[in-house]
Design a protein around this ligand. Structure first.
Ligand SMILES: *[C@@H]1O[C@H](CO)[C@@H](O)[C@H](O)[C@H]1NC(C)=O
Ligand SMILES: *[C@@H]1O[C@H](CO)[C@@H](O)[C@H](O)[C@H]1NC(C)=O
Ligand SMILES: *[C@@H]1O[C@H](CO)[C@@H](O)[C@H](O)[C@H]1NC(C)=O
Ligand SMILES: *[C@@H]1O[C@H](CO)[C@@H](O)[C@H](O)[C@H]1NC(C)=O
Ligand SMILES: *[C@@H]1O[C@H](CO)[C@@H](O)[C@H](O)[C@H]1NC(C)=O
Ligand SMILES: *[C@@H]1O[C@H](CO)[C@@H](O)[C@H](O)[C@H]1NC(C)=O
Ligand SMILES: *[C@@H]1O[C@H](CO)[C@@H](O)[C@H](O)[C@H]1NC(C)=O
Ligand SMILES: *[C@@H]1O[C@H](CO)[C@@H](O)[C@H](O)[C@H]1NC(C)=O
Ligand SMILES: *[C@@H]1O[C@H](CO)[C@@H](O)[C@H](O)[C@H]1NC(C)=O
Ligand SMILES: *[C@@H]1O[C@H](CO)[C@@H](O)[C@H](O)[C@H]1NC(C)=O
Ligand SMILES: *[C@@H]1O[C@H](CO)[C@@H](O)[C@H](O)[C@H]1NC(C)=O
Ligand SMILES: *[C@@H]1O[C@H](CO)[C@@H](O)[C@H](O)[C@H]1NC(C)=O
Length: 478
């Protein structure tokens, strides 16, 4: 046989094998792919798939598949996402794939499977993602065998028990355990605090119940720390100021107390979420000199006083600010009006009520979302000739004690959502109100309207999707 003919035969063989053995046969951009796999490896992969119902697989998703090492022919990478349905059994052929370095089985439907102890066999793994599955039970102790692991994602499962065994897993850079049922405390001996290489730690939406230890400050490389929606309590330790790599800090929906956390030296911080806790005291003015701070959610706490704008206009990049349900002073509006980069501003239901003048915010040209529900809005500032941020798309004005139709709305040509429910607005709804080109949701319920101007046909022509019910519940009398 000539050399070229031989090559042709070989090619045909390869093509046949791939087409018949696997619909997931893929070539990755750097060569490799199923083509480079040993027959026994291909068999193991096929066997693995046959352990499950694969009717839900997306056969045109070419990021699914196996990849083999070119020189050894062993499977080193396996990714099957949103595909498999069934139980992952301890005798699964998966656990014979000892050379796996990357394993991504996220978004499958492993019906009430627990995590088999045999995962401990795959001790060459660097990346393991089992997120968005139905895994139940505890993380087996064999996971501490995975000493090469750098990325572990177990989020969005039904896992329980205390913080999983990570002793010796010092190479961790990313650890995601969010949206499970993990519980218990994190004491100072927890192996978590030995993970000095961690860049991302996500424990959000679990049931951890613990104070935040000084040891958190050991995790100096952390860029993103999420502890949201747990039972963390007590003050945030001062060691937080040593975590100078932090860009995002999520502490919302816990029971933290004490004064504002010491984040002023975290110069890379871009997002700070500490809403829905029991923090009190004033907001440190140095907070607003953080050069990259974009998102600041402080709502639902007991903060008081005012805030101070750093004066030099270049120093703030703040885009999203939530301050509602706190005890701030009235004069807070003036400094807010200087944060001219704001896109989202929420000031709803202050615990101390005072009269506010919306025109103070008219300097905020980028503002698209404004929530002033539960504030006492000055009547004058709702008049048509008053200034208001003109680019508003989402406007919340419920429980503002408004008694006349707020004519100032007429100027808001970009309005998509308006909520003026639970005011005391009397009279007719003006005709122009139905004509906002982009309006899709309005809530005008719980007012005292007695009809509207113009013809009923207007309603049919408007872009509104969610209006009927609200009108019905309003005391309308047509
Ligand atoms: C299947 O995967 C392809 C490629 O990723 C994608 O474009 C397509 O939307 C997916 N189909 C379904 C039904 O998810
Ligand atoms: C794996 O174990 C199950 C019982 O849990 C058994 O039914 C099945 O035959 C076993 N599969 C293999 C390949 O050994
Ligand atoms: C695993 O696959 C999912 C689904 O495509 C993807 O979103 C995720 O980023 C992958 N995880 C890792 C760690 O590569
Ligand atoms: C750890 O890995 C080795 C090598 O694969 C294996 O022999 C051993 O059983 C594993 N231990 C556990 C606890 O999984
Ligand atoms: C951690 O590593 C040490 C030494 O390398 C070893 O003796 C110990 O068994 C390991 N612990 C676990 C839980 O794997
Ligand atoms: C920050 O770290 C240094 C050494 O790395 C340590 O001396 C200091 O006490 C730490 N500060 C806080 C507030 O934890
Ligand atoms: C912030 O850094 C300055 C200068 O390095 C230092 O004096 C101060 O103690 C630090 N503040 C906190 C809260 O760590
Ligand atoms: C901003 O300037 C005013 C006076 O113009 C001053 O009273 C205030 O202290 C300054 N604020 C800051 C944070 O520098
Ligand atoms: C709202 O402000 C007006 C005018 O100052 C005042 O009469 C009224 O009592 C205030 N209402 C509330 C609920 O604070
Ligand atoms: C309007 O605001 C009220 C009170 O804040 C709220 O209960 C209602 O759900 C909102 N309506 C819509 C459509 O979001
Ligand atoms: C209607 O609005 C009033 C305030 O104007 C409020 O006190 C009342 O609770 C609201 N009722 C409902 C059912 O939302
Ligand atoms: C309107 O009232 C009905 C019952 O009276 C209630 O089921 C519905 O949720 C209300 N809708 C709104 C938007 O308040």
């Amino acid at each position: 046989m000539s050399e070229s003919l031989m090559r042709l035969h070989f090619l045909l063989l390869v093509l046949l094998c791939c087409v018949s053995l696997s619909t997931f046969a893929t070539e990755n951009a750097h060569g490799g792919g199923l083509v480079g796999c040993r027959p026994r490896q291909i068999q193991a992969f096929t066997q693995f798939k046959n352990e499950f119902d694969t009717r839900g697989c997306n056969h045109s998703d070419f990021s699914n598949g196996v990849w083999c090492d070119k020189s050894t022919g062993e499977i080193t990478k396996l990714r099957l996402s949103a595909c498999l349905s069934g139980t992952l059994k301890p005798n699964s052929s998966l656990f014979g794939m000892h050379h796996l370095r990357y394993l991504n089985l996220s978004g499958n439907n492993f019906i009430s499977s627990s995590l088999p102890f045999e995962f401990g066999n795959l001790n060459k793994l660097k990346v393991l993602s089992l997120s968005f599955n139905g895994f139940v039970g505890q993380v087996p102790s064999s996971f501490s065998n995975l000493s090469m692991l750098s990325v572990l994602s177990l989020s969005n499962n039904e896992l329980s028990g205390s913080f999983p065994p990570v002793r010796n897993l010092t190479k961790f850079t990313v650890l995601r355990l969010s949206r499970n049922h993990f519980s218990g405390t994190l004491n100072s001996k927890n192996s978590l605090f030995e993970l000095h290489e961690l860049i991302e730690l996500n424990l959000a939406f679990n049931s951890f119940s613990s104070s935040l230890l000084f040891e958190f400050g050991n995790l100096k490389k952390l860029e993103s720390l999420s502890l949201s929606s747990n039972g963390f309590f007590g003050p945030v330790p001062p060691t937080i100021s040593n975590m100078t790599s932090l860009t995002a800090l999520y502490l919302g929906q816990n029971s933290f107390t004490g004064r504002f956390p010491l984040v002023q030296n975290l110069t890379k911080l871009s997002q700070l979420y500490i809403f829905d806790n029991h923090f009190y005291g004033t907001i440190p003015s140095s907070l607003f000199t953080l050069p990259f701070l974009k998102v600041l959610y402080l709502d639902v706490n007991q903060f008081s006083g005012s805030i101070e704008h750093p004066n030099s206009s270049s120093s703030s990049r703040l885009e999203r600010l939530k301050l509602g349900y706190n005890e701030f002073e009235r004069k807070i509006l003036e400094p807010i009006s200087k944060f001219i980069t704001l896109k989202v501003l929420e000031l709803s239901f202050p615990k101390k009520s005072y009269l506010i003048d919306l025109s103070l915010l008219s300097s905020l040209n980028f503002l698209v979302y404004l929530d002033v529900s539960g504030n006492n809005i000055s009547r004058a500032s709702l008049r048509p000739d008053y200034a208001i941020p003109l680019n508003l798309e989402f406007f919340f004005l419920s429980y503002c004690g408004i008694s006349e139709f707020p004519k100032i709305l007429k100027a808001l040509k970009k309005l998509e959502f308006i909520n003026i429910s639970s005011n005391k607005i009397k009279g007719k709804i003006p005709e122009w109100f139905w004509n906002f080109p982009r309006l899709s949701v309005m809530d005008i319920s719980n007012n005292s309207f007695n009809g509207f101007e113009g013809s009923v046909e207007l309603l049919g022509n408007s872009s509104l999707q969610e209006i009927e019910e609200n009108i019905r519940n309003s005391t309308l009398d047509f």
